[in-house]
Design a protein around this ligand. Structure first.
Ligand code: PMT
Length: 401
C-alpha cells in the first residue's frame, strides 16, 4: 500500500527520535519516497547524517540552507506529500501544531499540509496525561489528524506508563491500513442521520433527548475518509462537521429529518440511521410561552412521529443497504431483533445503557451488530473505532447481499 507514496516524516526532539531511523528504513523498504523534516531539537537526538542516506534525500530542518541561502518550501512539501507522519511527536510540537505556532520548518510544513497527517506522540506518562496535552491532541483530532496512540511500557525517565512512541512496525501497519481503506467507499453516497430531534412545545421549550451526535459524526468522518460522499442529516448538536465530502443538512424535528431522508435516500447506496429520533411530537404547539400561573397542571397531547427507518425500509431497493441503531435499557437483543425485522433493516447496531461508557454523549461505545444471519459483539472502543468496525461490516456484508 505504501509503494510510490510520498511521505513527509517529521521528527521532533524526543529520545524516541532514534526509532525514527528504523521507521524511515521500513517506509523506504515498503517502497515509499520519504522526505525527512526535523525540528532543531530533534537534531540533538539524531543527526541528519544518519537520516539522509536512509531516505536518499537531504534532510530539511531550517527555512533556508545555511550554505547557499536556498529556500526550503514548506508549501511545496504540503502539495507533494500523500501523508505526513510526525514520529516521535513531543508535547511541545503537539502544542504548537494545535495552536499554529509556526516557529520551525516542521510546524510550517504541518500547517501547509494538504495530505492526511498522522501523529505518534512520545513523552513521559505525566506529560501525556496532562489535561493540556490531552486537550491539544483532541484539537488535532478535530482538525482531522490521526493520532497513533502511544504504548504502555518503560519510559526514558525510568517510569512505567503510557507515553512510549508506538513501535515502527505498528506505525507502518497503521499507515498501510489507512491507505488500504482510504478509497474503499470511493464513488459511493451514504446517508447518515445524527443527533436528537427537538419537538416543540412552545417557543422556548421542546421534547428532546441526550444524543450528542458523536456516534453519527464519527461514522460520517470515517465514510468521508474512505472516499464516500456523505449526506449527514443532523438534528441539533454542538459538533463541527468533520472534514471531507460531507453535505450537512441541519434539521430540528423528526418530520424535518424524515423529509430530508426521503429526499436523499434514493441516490444513496447505504443509509445509516444513528439519530435518536423522538417517537412523539406535541399535537398542538403553543404560539406563546406556556405560563405556569395560567395553566396550573399541564398535560401534553402527543402524536406518534413517522418512523424514518421503517419508511426507508419500505422504499429500499435490492442494491441499497440499510443499517439502523437500537439504544436499549433491557431485553436488549429481543428489542433490537424486533426492530431489525419490523423496519426491514439489513443490520442493526445495538448499544445498551447498561454498559458503562456506551450510548449517549460518551466518546466511547460498546456495540453488537445483529443481522438475520449473525451477531457480532465488540468490546468498548472509541466511537471512531466503532464507526470503522461498522463500515467494515457493511462493506463486507453488502457484497454478500
Ligand atoms: O449521539 P451520541 O451521544 O453519540 O449517542 C449515540 C446514540 C446512542 C444516539 C446511537 O448510538 C443510537 O443508539 N442511536 C439510535 C437511538 C434510538 O433512539 O434508537 P431507537 O431504538 O429509538 O430507534 C431504532 C432505529 O430506528 C434507529 O436507527 C433510529 O434512528 C430509527 N428511528 C427511530 C424512530 C423514528 N421515528 N425514526 C427512526 O428512523
Amino acid at each position: 500500500m505504501l509503494k510510490g507514496k510520498h511521505i513527509v516524516l517529521g521528527i521532533t526532539g524526543s529520545i524516541a527520535a532514534y526509532k525514527a531511523a528504523y521507521l524511515l528504513r521500513l517506509l523506504v523498504k515498503k517502497g515509499a519516497e520519504v522526505q525527512v523534516v526535523m525540528t532543531p531539537a530533534a537534531k540533538e537526538f539524531i543527526t541528519p547524517v544518519t537520516l539522509s542516506p536512509l531516505s536518499g534525500k537531504p534532510v530539511v530542518s531550517e527555512f533556508f540552507a545555511a550554505n547557499d541561502g536556498q529556500w526550503h518550501s514548506h508549501v511545496d512539501l504540503g502539495l507533494w506529500a500523500d501523508a505526513m507522519l510526525i514520529a516521535p511527536a513531543t508535547a511541545a510540537s503537539i502544542g504548537k501544531m494545535a495552536h499554529g505556532v509556526a516557529d520551525n520548518m516542521l510546524i510550517t510544513t504541518y500547517l501547509s499540509m494538504k495530505a492526511p497527517v498522522f501523529v505518534s506522540p512520545a513523552m513521559d506518562l505525566d506529560m501525556y496525561k496532562h489535561p493540556s496535552t490531552q486537550a491539544n491532541l483532541k484539537l488535532l483530532q478535530t482538525y482531522g489528524n490521526h493520532i497513533i496512540e502511544p504504548g504502555f511500557g518503560e519510559l526514558a525517565s525510568g517510569l512505567e506508563g503510557k507515553g512510549r512512541m508506538e513501535e515502527p512496525e505498528a506505525i507502518v501497519a497503521y499507515l498501510e491500513n489507512y491507505f488500504a481503506k482510504s478509497a474503499d467507499m470511493k464513488g459511493e453516497k451514504v446517508l447518515i442521520t445524527a443527533g436528537p430531534t427537538y419537538e416543540k412545545i412552545d417557543p422556548v421549550r421542546f421534547i428532546g433527548n441526550y444524543s450528542s451526535g458523536k456516534m453519527a459524526y464519527a461514522l460520517a468522518e470515517v465514510c468521508a475518509q474512505r472516499g464516500a460522499e456523505v449526506y449527514l442529516v443532523s438534528g441539533p448538536v454542538a459538533l463541527e462537521t468533520p472534514a471531507g465530502n460531507i453535505h450537512r443538512i441541519d434539521v430540528e424535528s423528526a418530520e424535518e429529518m424524515y423529509q430530508a431522508c426521503i429526499e436523499h435516500f434514493p441516490s444513496c447506496q447505504t443509509a445509516i440511521l444513528c439519530a435518536a429520533v423522538a417517537d412523539y411530537r406535541v399535537a398542538e404547539i403553543s404560539d406563546n410561552k406556556i405560563k405556569r400561573e395560567e395553566s396550573g397542571e399541564l398535560s401534553l397531547h402527543l402524536l406518534p412521529n413517522k418512523d424514518i427507518a421503517a419508511a426507508l425500509g419500505e422504499r429500499k431497493q435490492p442494491s441499497q443497504y440499510l443499517l439502523g441503531f437500537a439504544l436499549e435499557t433491557h431485553n436488549e437483543s429481543q428489542h433490537a431483533e424486533a426492530k431489525l425485522r419490523r423496519k426491514n433493516l439489513d443490520a442493526i447496531v445495538l448499544n445498551s445503557l447498561q454498559d458503562q461508557g456506551a450510548g449517549f454523549r460518551h466518546d466511547t461505545n460498546k456495540v453488537s451488530i445483529l443481522s438475520a444471519e449473525e451477531r457480532l459483539d465488540f468490546p468498548l472502543k472509541t466511537k471512531k473505532e466503532v464507526a470503522s468496525d461498522i463500515i467494515d461490516y457493511i462493506l463486507k456484508n453488502r457484497k454478500n447481499k
